[in-house]
Design a protein around this ligand. Structure first.
Ligand SMILES: Nc1ncnc2c1ncn2[C@@H]1O[C@H](COP(=O)(O)O)[C@@H](O)[C@H]1OP(=O)(O)O
Ligand SMILES: [Mg+2]
Length: 330
């Protein structure tokens, strides 16, 4: 692929692939026992290692670019956390990255920016931690924001089945560059050419496929059910964790992804949306908040000026917003 941000795209894809490899290795070590104890340590080892991999790559290629990432190394640097830091080091070693504890913490903390600037990256090293622990969907999400707009986005979805031509084997990536469309890549075969993705053309709400969070605390299942009833949507909502929801809308398997607030005091985080938003927009879809406004990435870590996120293939957008208004959600 050639075009603007060519170097950024190559670096981001390679970094997200390496981070996905780390996450897969850690996920393979999660036993039912860990799940039963609700032990968050595997996810945390993977979060830190994934952030270290991506921030290290960005620091090397674009040393002047700030990164707003989800994690920081403060907890990891506590003296009693040495064995934990060692596990992060071990996981990095498996993908050929050797670093001292100080270097590893330094890479993680390159993601510690919180202020808005004209050009910065935003990273969710593991989006959908609950899905990661259940062995289901999660994503590594990386976006470059320039002048307040996502210009490049990469989503790594290690457990999402590929579409044609890769026959549904698990593990795919999605990329988008503003003005250049969105594509999907095989995770397994890094030499395979990408395939462009496109949203669905569904215009009849009744036949629409809706997707939403597995966790009812992250998006109101009650309000989406009310919307489905009003629009005569007969199919059940497809529930999956992480920005994999943006990916399935982008490739036309679902027609909408709704994120309907469950609390007044929660602001969405930029790393939970920036990459996915661009992938859907470049695949031809529409993304706004409940008021129909574009997401505003100029306020640091949070989407402070937006409430809710509505993602559709485009033709369905106004019907969804109007109906949410009519049922008192928007
Ligand atoms: N009340 C909430 N509303 C919306 N999103 C939330 C809420 N609480 C946590 N999240 C975020 O939802 C994301 C996962 O969403 P999904 O359900 O789509 O997989 C996580 O990044 C999580 O943030 P955090 O990682 O800080 O818990
Ligand atoms: Mg997240």
């Amino acid at each position: 692929m050639s075009g603007s941000y060519e170097n950024e795209l190559a670096v981001a894809l390679e970094a997200v692939r390496a981070a996905a490899e780390v996450c897969q290795s850690v996920q393979a070590s999660i036993t039912p026992d860990v799940l039963e104890k609700k032990d968050r340590s595997p996810v945390t080892v993977a979060d830190y290692a994934s952030q270290a991999v991506v921030c290290r790559a960005l620091a090397e290629a674009f040393p002047d670019d700030p990164v707003i990432g989800e994690e920081d190394s403060a907890a990891l640097q506590q003296p009693d956390q040495a064995p934990f830091l060692n596990r992060v080091k071990e996981e990095l070693g498996k993908v050929g990255i050797d670093g001292t504890p100080e270097e590893i913490c330094g890479w993680i903390d390159r993601g510690g920016q919180s202020e808005y600037s004209n050009r910065f990256w935003t990273l969710d090293p593991i989006d959908g931690t609950k899905g990661f622990l259940r062995g289901e969907q999660y994503a590594i999400a990386l976006a470059l924001i320039v002048d307040g707009k996502p210009q490049l986005g990469v989503l790594g979805c290690p457990n999402l089945p590929t579409a044609e031509p890769w026959d549904g084997q698990p593990g795919c990536l999605f990329s988008a560059v503003a003005g250049e469309g969105a594509a999907t890549w095989s995770m397994e075969d890094s030499d395979a050419a990408p395939v462009m993705v496109r949203v669905s053309e569904t215009s009849d709400p009744a036949s629409a496929v809706m997707c939403e969070s597995v966790e009812s605390g992250h998006s109101s299942h009650g309000h989406s059910a009310q919307l489905a009833e009003k629009l005569n949507i007969s199919g059940q909502p497809v529930r999956l964790d992480s920005q994999a929801k943006y990916a399935v809308v982008a490739r036309g398997e679902a027609d909408m992804y709704l994120r309907l607030p469950t609390r007044k005091d929660y602001n969405e985080k930029i790393w939970d949306h920036a990459a996915g938003v661009l992938v859907v927009l470049e695949a031809g879809g529409t993304v706004t908040d409940l008021a129909g406004r574009e997401l505003d990435f100029t306020h640091g870590r949070e989407l402070r000026e937006n409430r809710g996120v509505i993602v559709t293939n485009g033709p369905l957008h106004s019907a969804v917003l109007e109906t949410l208004g009519a049922i008192g959600v928007a």
